[in-house]
Design a protein around this ligand. Structure first.
Ligand SMILES: Cc1cc2nc3c(=O)[nH]c(=O)nc-3n(C[C@H](O)[C@H](O)[C@H](O)COP(=O)(O)OP(=O)(O)OC[C@H]3O[C@@H](n4cnc5c(N)ncnc54)[C@H](O)[C@@H]3O)c2cc1C
Length: 510
Protein backbone atom coordinates (compact mmCIF):
# COMPACT_ATOMS: atom_id res chain seq x y z
CA UNK A 1 0.00 0.00 0.00
CA UNK A 2 1.55 3.29 -1.13
CA UNK A 3 0.60 6.84 -1.90
CA UNK A 4 0.03 7.35 -5.61
CA UNK A 5 2.90 9.85 -5.77
CA UNK A 6 5.33 6.89 -5.92
CA UNK A 7 3.71 5.57 -9.07
CA UNK A 8 5.60 5.83 -12.37
CA UNK A 9 4.01 7.82 -15.16
CA UNK A 10 2.89 4.62 -16.84
CA UNK A 11 2.50 1.08 -15.51
CA UNK A 12 0.90 -2.21 -16.58
CA UNK A 13 -1.42 -4.75 -14.88
CA UNK A 14 -3.69 -7.72 -15.57
CA UNK A 15 -6.53 -6.04 -13.69
CA UNK A 16 -7.17 -2.46 -12.64
CA UNK A 17 -9.81 -1.99 -9.94
CA UNK A 18 -11.14 1.56 -9.41
CA UNK A 19 -12.36 2.31 -5.88
CA UNK A 20 -11.16 0.62 -2.69
CA UNK A 21 -14.56 0.25 -1.03
CA UNK A 22 -16.89 -2.52 0.11
CA UNK A 23 -16.90 -4.17 -3.33
CA UNK A 24 -13.51 -3.09 -4.74
CA UNK A 25 -11.33 -4.49 -1.95
CA UNK A 26 -12.74 -8.05 -2.05
CA UNK A 27 -12.45 -8.06 -5.86
CA UNK A 28 -8.84 -6.83 -5.97
CA UNK A 29 -7.80 -9.06 -3.06
CA UNK A 30 -9.30 -12.15 -4.67
CA UNK A 31 -7.86 -11.55 -8.15
CA UNK A 32 -4.37 -11.01 -6.70
CA UNK A 33 -4.18 -14.73 -5.89
CA UNK A 34 -2.91 -15.29 -9.42
CA UNK A 35 -2.77 -12.02 -11.36
CA UNK A 36 -1.17 -8.60 -11.07
CA UNK A 37 -3.74 -6.15 -9.77
CA UNK A 38 -3.74 -2.40 -9.24
CA UNK A 39 -6.32 -0.99 -6.80
CA UNK A 40 -6.83 2.78 -7.04
CA UNK A 41 -8.45 4.59 -4.11
CA UNK A 42 -8.99 8.34 -3.98
CA UNK A 43 -8.85 8.51 -0.14
CA UNK A 44 -6.21 7.63 2.45
CA UNK A 45 -5.75 4.71 4.83
CA UNK A 46 -8.21 4.12 7.69
CA UNK A 47 -5.43 2.76 9.92
CA UNK A 48 -4.25 5.10 12.68
CA UNK A 49 -7.30 7.35 12.33
CA UNK A 50 -9.27 7.05 15.61
CA UNK A 51 -12.17 8.98 14.11
CA UNK A 52 -12.73 5.94 11.92
CA UNK A 53 -11.59 3.12 14.17
CA UNK A 54 -13.03 4.12 17.57
CA UNK A 55 -16.77 3.58 18.01
CA UNK A 56 -16.93 6.57 20.37
CA UNK A 57 -16.12 8.83 17.42
CA UNK A 58 -18.84 7.42 15.21
CA UNK A 59 -20.15 10.12 12.92
CA UNK A 60 -17.60 12.84 13.77
CA UNK A 61 -16.36 12.67 10.18
CA UNK A 62 -19.88 13.28 8.87
CA UNK A 63 -19.57 16.80 10.26
CA UNK A 64 -16.08 17.28 8.78
CA UNK A 65 -16.60 18.87 5.39
CA UNK A 66 -12.88 19.46 4.66
CA UNK A 67 -11.32 17.86 1.54
CA UNK A 68 -9.30 15.59 3.88
CA UNK A 69 -12.40 14.11 5.49
CA UNK A 70 -12.99 10.37 4.87
CA UNK A 71 -16.58 11.36 4.22
CA UNK A 72 -17.67 13.62 1.38
CA UNK A 73 -20.96 15.39 2.04
CA UNK A 74 -23.59 15.75 -0.64
CA UNK A 75 -27.09 17.15 -0.44
CA UNK A 76 -30.08 15.94 -2.38
CA UNK A 77 -33.51 17.53 -2.10
CA UNK A 78 -32.39 19.17 1.13
CA UNK A 79 -31.37 15.85 2.71
CA UNK A 80 -27.77 15.89 3.95
CA UNK A 81 -26.02 12.72 2.83
CA UNK A 82 -22.52 11.34 2.69
CA UNK A 83 -20.20 9.19 0.56
CA UNK A 84 -16.92 7.55 1.49
CA UNK A 85 -13.50 8.90 0.52
CA UNK A 86 -11.14 6.44 2.19
CA UNK A 87 -9.68 2.96 1.69
CA UNK A 88 -12.41 0.64 2.96
CA UNK A 89 -15.12 2.91 1.51
CA UNK A 90 -18.44 2.92 3.33
CA UNK A 91 -17.24 0.31 5.83
CA UNK A 92 -15.00 3.02 7.38
CA UNK A 93 -17.73 5.58 7.95
CA UNK A 94 -20.89 3.54 8.35
CA UNK A 95 -22.81 2.54 11.46
CA UNK A 96 -21.24 -0.90 11.30
CA UNK A 97 -24.45 -2.93 11.36
CA UNK A 98 -24.03 -6.19 9.46
CA UNK A 99 -26.92 -8.29 8.21
CA UNK A 100 -26.99 -10.56 5.17
CA UNK A 101 -29.28 -9.88 2.22
CA UNK A 102 -32.45 -11.85 1.52
CA UNK A 103 -32.17 -14.76 -0.99
CA UNK A 104 -34.10 -12.64 -3.52
CA UNK A 105 -31.13 -10.24 -3.61
CA UNK A 106 -28.81 -13.00 -4.87
CA UNK A 107 -31.39 -13.83 -7.52
CA UNK A 108 -31.75 -10.18 -8.61
CA UNK A 109 -27.96 -9.84 -8.62
CA UNK A 110 -27.65 -13.03 -10.74
CA UNK A 111 -25.51 -14.76 -8.09
CA UNK A 112 -26.82 -18.23 -8.82
CA UNK A 113 -24.30 -20.37 -6.92
CA UNK A 114 -25.81 -20.54 -3.42
CA UNK A 115 -22.71 -22.21 -1.96
CA UNK A 116 -20.47 -19.48 -3.29
CA UNK A 117 -22.83 -16.84 -1.89
CA UNK A 118 -22.60 -18.47 1.54
CA UNK A 119 -18.81 -18.93 1.37
CA UNK A 120 -18.39 -15.31 0.26
CA UNK A 121 -20.37 -14.01 3.23
CA UNK A 122 -18.30 -16.20 5.56
CA UNK A 123 -15.03 -14.99 4.01
CA UNK A 124 -15.87 -11.45 5.15
CA UNK A 125 -17.44 -12.41 8.47
CA UNK A 126 -14.31 -14.28 9.53
CA UNK A 127 -12.21 -11.14 9.66
CA UNK A 128 -14.45 -8.14 10.06
CA UNK A 129 -17.76 -9.01 11.73
CA UNK A 130 -18.57 -9.55 15.43
CA UNK A 131 -21.51 -10.46 17.65
CA UNK A 132 -22.30 -7.26 19.57
CA UNK A 133 -22.47 -6.96 23.34
CA UNK A 134 -26.07 -5.83 23.67
CA UNK A 135 -26.74 -3.62 26.66
CA UNK A 136 -29.93 -2.43 28.31
CA UNK A 137 -31.30 0.12 25.85
CA UNK A 138 -30.94 -2.08 22.78
CA UNK A 139 -32.22 -5.21 24.54
CA UNK A 140 -35.22 -3.29 25.91
CA UNK A 141 -36.07 -2.27 22.39
CA UNK A 142 -35.72 -5.82 21.25
CA UNK A 143 -38.29 -6.90 23.87
CA UNK A 144 -40.51 -3.91 23.02
CA UNK A 145 -40.49 -4.76 19.30
CA UNK A 146 -41.41 -8.37 20.03
CA UNK A 147 -44.18 -7.18 22.40
CA UNK A 148 -45.42 -4.94 19.58
CA UNK A 149 -45.75 -7.88 17.22
CA UNK A 150 -42.49 -7.86 15.26
CA UNK A 151 -42.17 -11.58 15.87
CA UNK A 152 -40.65 -14.07 16.33
CA UNK A 153 -37.62 -13.17 18.41
CA UNK A 154 -34.85 -14.67 16.27
CA UNK A 155 -32.01 -14.16 18.75
CA UNK A 156 -28.61 -13.40 17.19
CA UNK A 157 -28.39 -14.02 13.47
CA UNK A 158 -26.75 -12.68 10.32
CA UNK A 159 -29.69 -13.94 8.27
CA UNK A 160 -32.54 -11.85 6.92
CA UNK A 161 -35.58 -13.27 8.70
CA UNK A 162 -38.95 -11.72 9.56
CA UNK A 163 -39.08 -10.83 13.25
CA UNK A 164 -36.73 -9.15 15.69
CA UNK A 165 -33.07 -10.08 15.92
CA UNK A 166 -29.63 -9.00 16.99
CA UNK A 167 -27.35 -8.64 13.96
CA UNK A 168 -23.58 -8.42 13.47
CA UNK A 169 -21.36 -5.38 13.83
CA UNK A 170 -18.00 -4.22 12.46
CA UNK A 171 -17.04 -3.07 15.99
CA UNK A 172 -15.23 -5.62 18.15
CA UNK A 173 -15.57 -5.96 21.93
CA UNK A 174 -13.08 -3.08 22.42
CA UNK A 175 -15.13 -0.79 20.20
CA UNK A 176 -12.58 -0.95 17.38
CA UNK A 177 -13.95 -0.86 13.84
CA UNK A 178 -12.82 -3.50 11.36
CA UNK A 179 -13.18 -2.29 7.80
CA UNK A 180 -12.98 -3.83 4.34
CA UNK A 181 -9.29 -2.80 4.38
CA UNK A 182 -8.80 -5.69 6.84
CA UNK A 183 -9.68 -8.06 3.98
CA UNK A 184 -6.36 -7.12 2.39
CA UNK A 185 -4.79 -9.68 4.75
CA UNK A 186 -6.15 -12.29 2.31
CA UNK A 187 -4.28 -10.69 -0.62
CA UNK A 188 -1.12 -11.86 -2.32
CA UNK A 189 1.22 -8.94 -1.49
CA UNK A 190 3.46 -9.77 -4.46
CA UNK A 191 0.65 -9.25 -6.91
CA UNK A 192 -1.48 -6.47 -5.45
CA UNK A 193 -0.52 -2.80 -5.46
CA UNK A 194 -2.88 -0.47 -3.57
CA UNK A 195 -2.45 3.21 -4.39
CA UNK A 196 -3.93 5.80 -2.02
CA UNK A 197 -4.89 9.37 -2.88
CA UNK A 198 -5.21 8.13 -6.45
CA UNK A 199 -8.19 9.93 -7.97
CA UNK A 200 -9.31 8.40 -11.22
CA UNK A 201 -10.21 11.02 -13.83
CA UNK A 202 -11.00 8.87 -16.79
CA UNK A 203 -11.12 5.36 -18.19
CA UNK A 204 -9.53 5.10 -21.64
CA UNK A 205 -11.27 3.19 -24.44
CA UNK A 206 -9.95 2.10 -27.84
CA UNK A 207 -12.53 2.62 -30.54
CA UNK A 208 -10.61 2.89 -33.81
CA UNK A 209 -11.04 -0.13 -36.08
CA UNK A 210 -13.28 -1.85 -33.53
CA UNK A 211 -17.01 -2.59 -33.48
CA UNK A 212 -17.12 -2.16 -29.69
CA UNK A 213 -15.02 0.08 -27.44
CA UNK A 214 -12.28 -1.73 -25.50
CA UNK A 215 -11.21 -0.51 -22.04
CA UNK A 216 -7.42 -0.41 -21.91
CA UNK A 217 -6.21 2.19 -19.42
CA UNK A 218 -7.01 4.48 -16.51
CA UNK A 219 -5.87 8.06 -15.97
CA UNK A 220 -5.45 9.01 -12.31
CA UNK A 221 -4.05 11.97 -10.41
CA UNK A 222 -1.93 11.76 -7.25
CA UNK A 223 -2.20 14.11 -4.27
CA UNK A 224 0.17 16.61 -5.92
CA UNK A 225 -2.02 16.74 -9.00
CA UNK A 226 0.38 14.80 -11.26
CA UNK A 227 -1.32 12.51 -13.75
CA UNK A 228 -0.39 8.84 -14.25
CA UNK A 229 -1.72 6.22 -16.63
CA UNK A 230 -2.17 2.57 -15.69
CA UNK A 231 -2.62 0.26 -18.67
CA UNK A 232 -3.85 -3.28 -19.03
CA UNK A 233 -1.02 -5.51 -20.17
CA UNK A 234 -3.08 -6.63 -23.14
CA UNK A 235 -3.87 -10.21 -22.14
CA UNK A 236 -7.09 -11.52 -23.69
CA UNK A 237 -8.80 -11.66 -20.29
CA UNK A 238 -7.37 -8.47 -18.77
CA UNK A 239 -10.03 -6.15 -17.41
CA UNK A 240 -10.79 -2.84 -15.77
CA UNK A 241 -13.31 -3.12 -12.96
CA UNK A 242 -15.14 -0.02 -11.77
CA UNK A 243 -16.18 -0.12 -8.09
CA UNK A 244 -16.41 3.57 -7.22
CA UNK A 245 -19.84 3.29 -5.56
CA UNK A 246 -23.33 4.46 -6.47
CA UNK A 247 -22.25 8.05 -7.07
CA UNK A 248 -18.68 7.49 -8.27
CA UNK A 249 -19.30 4.78 -10.88
CA UNK A 250 -21.96 6.50 -13.02
CA UNK A 251 -20.00 9.75 -12.68
CA UNK A 252 -16.76 8.18 -13.94
CA UNK A 253 -18.53 6.41 -16.80
CA UNK A 254 -19.94 9.71 -18.01
CA UNK A 255 -16.60 11.50 -17.58
CA UNK A 256 -15.10 8.74 -19.74
CA UNK A 257 -17.62 9.19 -22.56
CA UNK A 258 -20.19 6.50 -21.75
CA UNK A 259 -23.65 7.74 -20.79
CA UNK A 260 -26.73 9.63 -21.93
CA UNK A 261 -25.79 11.63 -25.03
CA UNK A 262 -27.38 14.88 -23.88
CA UNK A 263 -25.30 14.87 -20.69
CA UNK A 264 -22.04 14.18 -22.51
CA UNK A 265 -22.81 16.81 -25.15
CA UNK A 266 -23.63 19.42 -22.51
CA UNK A 267 -20.06 19.17 -21.21
CA UNK A 268 -18.41 18.57 -24.59
CA UNK A 269 -17.35 15.07 -23.61
CA UNK A 270 -16.46 12.93 -26.65
CA UNK A 271 -19.05 10.17 -26.90
CA UNK A 272 -17.52 6.68 -26.70
CA UNK A 273 -20.87 4.95 -26.31
CA UNK A 274 -24.38 6.30 -25.82
CA UNK A 275 -25.94 4.62 -22.80
CA UNK A 276 -29.19 6.26 -21.67
CA UNK A 277 -29.53 4.18 -18.47
CA UNK A 278 -26.35 5.41 -16.81
CA UNK A 279 -27.28 7.58 -13.84
CA UNK A 280 -30.89 6.35 -13.93
CA UNK A 281 -32.72 4.34 -11.26
CA UNK A 282 -31.04 6.14 -8.36
CA UNK A 283 -32.80 5.25 -5.11
CA UNK A 284 -32.20 6.13 -1.48
CA UNK A 285 -34.20 4.31 1.17
CA UNK A 286 -35.77 7.07 3.24
CA UNK A 287 -35.13 6.95 6.98
CA UNK A 288 -37.34 8.59 9.59
CA UNK A 289 -36.29 8.65 13.20
CA UNK A 290 -37.94 9.42 16.51
CA UNK A 291 -35.92 10.70 19.45
CA UNK A 292 -37.37 9.53 22.75
CA UNK A 293 -36.19 11.58 25.74
CA UNK A 294 -35.68 9.33 28.74
CA UNK A 295 -35.94 9.92 32.48
CA UNK A 296 -32.95 7.57 32.90
CA UNK A 297 -29.52 7.70 31.28
CA UNK A 298 -29.00 5.55 28.20
CA UNK A 299 -25.64 3.93 27.47
CA UNK A 300 -24.24 4.90 24.05
CA UNK A 301 -24.81 2.33 21.32
CA UNK A 302 -25.31 2.15 17.58
CA UNK A 303 -27.45 -0.29 15.68
CA UNK A 304 -27.35 -3.83 17.05
CA UNK A 305 -31.02 -4.85 16.93
CA UNK A 306 -33.40 -4.80 13.98
CA UNK A 307 -37.11 -5.41 13.63
CA UNK A 308 -37.90 -6.85 10.21
CA UNK A 309 -41.62 -6.28 9.68
CA UNK A 310 -43.86 -8.12 7.27
CA UNK A 311 -44.81 -4.89 5.46
CA UNK A 312 -41.33 -3.83 4.31
CA UNK A 313 -40.17 -1.44 6.98
CA UNK A 314 -37.09 -2.11 9.11
CA UNK A 315 -36.79 -0.68 12.62
CA UNK A 316 -33.34 0.04 14.09
CA UNK A 317 -32.02 2.16 16.90
CA UNK A 318 -29.16 3.98 18.54
CA UNK A 319 -29.07 5.41 22.03
CA UNK A 320 -27.22 7.71 24.40
CA UNK A 321 -25.72 10.13 21.88
CA UNK A 322 -26.61 12.64 19.22
CA UNK A 323 -27.17 10.11 16.43
CA UNK A 324 -28.67 12.64 14.03
CA UNK A 325 -26.04 15.31 14.81
CA UNK A 326 -28.69 18.00 15.40
CA UNK A 327 -27.87 21.24 17.15
CA UNK A 328 -28.04 20.53 20.93
CA UNK A 329 -30.28 23.57 21.48
CA UNK A 330 -32.95 22.03 19.27
CA UNK A 331 -33.45 19.20 21.79
CA UNK A 332 -35.71 21.62 23.76
CA UNK A 333 -33.88 21.16 27.06
CA UNK A 334 -33.62 17.38 26.69
CA UNK A 335 -30.26 15.73 26.14
CA UNK A 336 -29.40 13.06 23.55
CA UNK A 337 -27.42 11.26 26.27
CA UNK A 338 -30.70 10.86 28.15
CA UNK A 339 -32.66 9.12 25.46
CA UNK A 340 -32.30 7.38 22.18
CA UNK A 341 -33.40 7.22 18.57
CA UNK A 342 -35.62 4.61 17.04
CA UNK A 343 -35.73 4.83 13.30
CA UNK A 344 -37.24 3.02 10.39
CA UNK A 345 -36.08 2.51 6.84
CA UNK A 346 -38.44 1.51 4.08
CA UNK A 347 -37.44 -1.40 1.92
CA UNK A 348 -37.56 -1.20 -1.89
CA UNK A 349 -38.53 2.40 -2.52
CA UNK A 350 -40.46 2.74 -5.77
CA UNK A 351 -39.55 6.44 -5.87
CA UNK A 352 -36.38 6.96 -7.87
CA UNK A 353 -34.36 9.76 -9.36
CA UNK A 354 -31.38 10.49 -11.53
CA UNK A 355 -27.68 11.35 -11.34
CA UNK A 356 -26.15 14.06 -13.52
CA UNK A 357 -22.63 15.37 -13.82
CA UNK A 358 -22.11 19.10 -13.36
CA UNK A 359 -18.53 19.50 -14.54
CA UNK A 360 -15.43 17.55 -15.61
CA UNK A 361 -13.91 17.38 -12.12
CA UNK A 362 -14.14 13.85 -10.64
CA UNK A 363 -13.55 15.15 -7.09
CA UNK A 364 -16.76 17.23 -7.20
CA UNK A 365 -20.06 15.56 -6.42
CA UNK A 366 -22.42 14.88 -9.27
CA UNK A 367 -25.96 16.07 -8.57
CA UNK A 368 -28.50 13.43 -7.71
CA UNK A 369 -32.22 13.24 -7.01
CA UNK A 370 -34.05 10.40 -5.25
CA UNK A 371 -37.61 11.82 -5.20
CA UNK A 372 -38.25 10.69 -1.63
CA UNK A 373 -41.86 9.55 -1.11
CA UNK A 374 -42.96 10.48 -4.62
CA UNK A 375 -44.77 7.14 -4.80
CA UNK A 376 -47.67 6.69 -2.33
CA UNK A 377 -46.64 3.09 -1.52
CA UNK A 378 -43.36 4.38 -0.06
CA UNK A 379 -45.20 6.84 2.16
CA UNK A 380 -47.53 4.12 3.41
CA UNK A 381 -44.58 1.92 4.37
CA UNK A 382 -43.11 4.81 6.30
CA UNK A 383 -46.40 5.47 8.13
CA UNK A 384 -46.63 1.79 9.07
CA UNK A 385 -43.01 1.83 10.26
CA UNK A 386 -43.60 4.92 12.40
CA UNK A 387 -46.69 3.27 13.89
CA UNK A 388 -44.56 0.24 14.81
CA UNK A 389 -42.06 2.52 16.54
CA UNK A 390 -44.79 4.36 18.45
CA UNK A 391 -46.33 1.06 19.56
CA UNK A 392 -42.91 -0.05 20.81
CA UNK A 393 -42.52 3.25 22.69
CA UNK A 394 -45.87 2.68 24.38
CA UNK A 395 -45.17 -0.96 25.20
CA UNK A 396 -44.80 -2.19 28.78
CA UNK A 397 -41.21 -3.25 28.12
CA UNK A 398 -40.22 0.31 27.22
CA UNK A 399 -41.97 2.16 30.07
CA UNK A 400 -38.76 2.92 32.04
CA UNK A 401 -37.33 4.82 29.08
CA UNK A 402 -40.31 7.10 28.50
CA UNK A 403 -41.61 10.04 30.54
CA UNK A 404 -45.04 8.88 31.73
CA UNK A 405 -46.64 12.28 31.10
CA UNK A 406 -45.28 12.69 27.59
CA UNK A 407 -47.83 11.94 24.90
CA UNK A 408 -47.03 10.60 21.46
CA UNK A 409 -47.98 14.01 20.06
CA UNK A 410 -45.44 15.67 22.42
CA UNK A 411 -42.77 13.27 21.15
CA UNK A 412 -43.58 13.88 17.50
CA UNK A 413 -43.68 17.66 18.00
CA UNK A 414 -40.29 17.57 19.74
CA UNK A 415 -38.92 15.65 16.77
CA UNK A 416 -40.33 18.16 14.31
CA UNK A 417 -38.07 20.69 16.01
CA UNK A 418 -34.88 18.68 15.45
CA UNK A 419 -33.86 20.00 12.06
CA UNK A 420 -30.79 18.41 10.51
CA UNK A 421 -31.76 18.61 6.90
CA UNK A 422 -32.02 21.71 4.79
CA UNK A 423 -35.68 21.06 4.11
CA UNK A 424 -38.32 23.45 5.28
CA UNK A 425 -41.11 21.86 7.22
CA UNK A 426 -43.95 22.62 9.59
CA UNK A 427 -43.24 22.92 13.29
CA UNK A 428 -45.85 20.48 14.51
CA UNK A 429 -46.99 17.16 13.15
CA UNK A 430 -50.42 17.23 11.51
CA UNK A 431 -50.36 13.60 10.32
CA UNK A 432 -47.95 10.71 10.15
CA UNK A 433 -47.80 11.14 6.37
CA UNK A 434 -46.66 14.73 6.87
CA UNK A 435 -44.25 13.62 9.60
CA UNK A 436 -42.64 11.17 7.16
CA UNK A 437 -42.25 13.82 4.47
CA UNK A 438 -41.05 16.59 6.79
CA UNK A 439 -38.52 14.57 8.76
CA UNK A 440 -37.14 12.38 5.99
CA UNK A 441 -33.45 11.62 6.31
CA UNK A 442 -31.14 9.14 4.68
CA UNK A 443 -29.88 5.88 6.10
CA UNK A 444 -27.10 6.16 3.49
CA UNK A 445 -28.20 3.06 1.54
CA UNK A 446 -28.47 4.87 -1.80
CA UNK A 447 -27.88 2.65 -4.80
CA UNK A 448 -28.38 2.38 -8.57
CA UNK A 449 -27.04 4.34 -11.51
CA UNK A 450 -25.50 1.34 -13.33
CA UNK A 451 -28.24 -1.19 -12.71
CA UNK A 452 -27.87 -4.83 -13.63
CA UNK A 453 -29.88 -5.63 -16.77
CA UNK A 454 -29.71 -2.00 -17.93
CA UNK A 455 -26.03 -1.02 -17.78
CA UNK A 456 -24.30 -4.31 -16.94
CA UNK A 457 -25.16 -7.84 -18.01
CA UNK A 458 -25.49 -10.92 -15.77
CA UNK A 459 -21.68 -11.06 -15.41
CA UNK A 460 -21.43 -7.36 -14.58
CA UNK A 461 -19.87 -6.62 -17.97
CA UNK A 462 -20.86 -3.21 -19.29
CA UNK A 463 -23.19 -3.72 -22.28
CA UNK A 464 -21.49 -2.87 -25.55
CA UNK A 465 -17.95 -2.54 -24.12
CA UNK A 466 -15.08 -5.03 -23.91
CA UNK A 467 -12.78 -5.70 -20.94
CA UNK A 468 -14.87 -3.61 -18.59
CA UNK A 469 -17.16 -4.38 -15.66
CA UNK A 470 -18.93 -2.38 -12.97
CA UNK A 471 -19.32 -4.21 -9.64
CA UNK A 472 -20.61 -2.27 -6.62
CA UNK A 473 -23.68 -0.64 -5.11
CA UNK A 474 -24.43 1.18 -8.36
CA UNK A 475 -25.52 -2.09 -9.99
CA UNK A 476 -28.06 -2.92 -7.28
CA UNK A 477 -31.78 -2.80 -8.03
CA UNK A 478 -33.00 -2.99 -4.43
CA UNK A 479 -30.91 -2.33 -1.33
CA UNK A 480 -30.38 -5.83 0.11
CA UNK A 481 -31.38 -7.02 3.57
CA UNK A 482 -31.92 -4.49 6.33
CA UNK A 483 -28.52 -2.89 5.61
CA UNK A 484 -26.53 -3.45 2.43
CA UNK A 485 -22.84 -3.74 3.28
CA UNK A 486 -22.88 -7.51 3.94
CA UNK A 487 -24.28 -8.11 0.45
CA UNK A 488 -21.96 -5.63 -1.30
CA UNK A 489 -18.91 -7.23 0.34
CA UNK A 490 -20.26 -10.66 -0.62
CA UNK A 491 -20.89 -9.49 -4.20
CA UNK A 492 -17.25 -8.36 -4.46
CA UNK A 493 -15.89 -11.66 -3.23
CA UNK A 494 -18.37 -13.70 -5.31
CA UNK A 495 -17.47 -11.92 -8.52
CA UNK A 496 -13.75 -12.00 -7.69
CA UNK A 497 -13.89 -15.79 -7.28
CA UNK A 498 -15.98 -16.15 -10.45
CA UNK A 499 -13.69 -14.03 -12.63
CA UNK A 500 -10.58 -15.72 -11.21
CA UNK A 501 -12.03 -19.22 -11.75
CA UNK A 502 -13.02 -18.49 -15.33
CA UNK A 503 -9.61 -17.06 -16.18
CA UNK A 504 -7.67 -19.90 -14.60
CA UNK A 505 -9.80 -22.39 -16.55
CA UNK A 506 -9.26 -20.37 -19.73
CA UNK A 507 -5.48 -20.16 -19.18
CA UNK A 508 -5.30 -23.93 -18.68
CA UNK A 509 -7.16 -24.60 -21.92
CA UNK A 510 -4.76 -22.41 -23.95
C1 LIG B 1 -22.68 7.11 6.91
C2 LIG B 1 -23.02 5.75 6.38
C3 LIG B 1 -23.60 4.81 7.24
C4 LIG B 1 -23.94 3.54 6.75
N1 LIG B 1 -24.33 2.56 7.64
C5 LIG B 1 -24.41 1.27 7.22
C6 LIG B 1 -24.58 0.20 8.15
O1 LIG B 1 -24.61 0.38 9.37
N2 LIG B 1 -24.69 -1.07 7.65
C7 LIG B 1 -24.63 -1.33 6.31
O2 LIG B 1 -24.79 -2.49 5.94
N3 LIG B 1 -24.42 -0.34 5.41
C8 LIG B 1 -24.28 0.93 5.83
N4 LIG B 1 -23.97 1.93 4.93
C9 LIG B 1 -23.93 1.60 3.49
C10 LIG B 1 -22.69 0.84 3.04
O3 LIG B 1 -21.53 1.31 3.69
C11 LIG B 1 -22.58 1.00 1.50
O4 LIG B 1 -23.77 0.46 0.94
C12 LIG B 1 -21.38 0.30 0.88
O5 LIG B 1 -20.19 0.79 1.43
C13 LIG B 1 -21.38 0.52 -0.63
O6 LIG B 1 -20.26 -0.13 -1.18
P1 LIG B 1 -19.63 0.29 -2.58
O7 LIG B 1 -18.48 -0.61 -2.83
O8 LIG B 1 -20.71 0.38 -3.59
O9 LIG B 1 -19.12 1.80 -2.37
P2 LIG B 1 -18.08 2.38 -1.32
O10 LIG B 1 -17.92 1.45 -0.17
O11 LIG B 1 -18.51 3.77 -1.05
O12 LIG B 1 -16.71 2.38 -2.13
C14 LIG B 1 -16.46 3.23 -3.23
C15 LIG B 1 -15.00 3.66 -3.15
O13 LIG B 1 -14.64 4.26 -4.38
C16 LIG B 1 -13.78 5.36 -4.13
N5 LIG B 1 -13.87 6.27 -5.28
C17 LIG B 1 -14.94 6.96 -5.71
N6 LIG B 1 -14.62 7.70 -6.79
C18 LIG B 1 -13.31 7.46 -7.06
C19 LIG B 1 -12.39 7.96 -8.03
N7 LIG B 1 -12.74 8.84 -8.96
N8 LIG B 1 -11.10 7.50 -7.99
C20 LIG B 1 -10.70 6.59 -7.05
N9 LIG B 1 -11.53 6.13 -6.09
C21 LIG B 1 -12.82 6.55 -6.10
C22 LIG B 1 -14.35 5.96 -2.83
O14 LIG B 1 -13.41 6.77 -2.17
C23 LIG B 1 -14.73 4.70 -2.06
O15 LIG B 1 -13.71 4.25 -1.21
C24 LIG B 1 -23.69 3.21 5.37
C25 LIG B 1 -23.11 4.17 4.52
C26 LIG B 1 -22.77 5.43 5.01
C27 LIG B 1 -22.16 6.43 4.06
Amino acid sequence: MHEATISPKTSFYDYIVIGGGAAGIPIATTLSAKYNVLLLERGGSPYGNPNITDVRNFGSYLLDTSPESPSQRFISEGVVNSRARVLGGGTCINAGFYSRGEPKFSEDARLMDANLVDESYKWTEKVMVFEPIVQKWQSTLRTALVETGVTPDNGFSYDHIIGTKVGGTLFDANGTRHTAADLLQYANPKRLLVLLYATVHKIKFKTQGRSRPLAYGVVFADSLGYKHIAYLKGGRKDEIILSAGALGSPQLLMLSGIGPKEQLDALNIKVVLQQPFIGKGMADNPMNSIFIPSPVAVEPSIVQVVGITRFGSYVEESGGFNFIFANLSSYQGFSPQMGGFIFEKINGPLSMGELKINNLNPTDNPSVTFNYFKEPEDLQKCVNGIKTILNAVESKAFSNYKYANMTIKDILDLNMKLPVNLRTHANTSSSLEQYCKDTVRTIWHYHGGCRIGEVVDDEYKVFGVDAFRVIDGSTIINSPGTNPQASVLMLGRYMGVTILGQRIANDKSQ
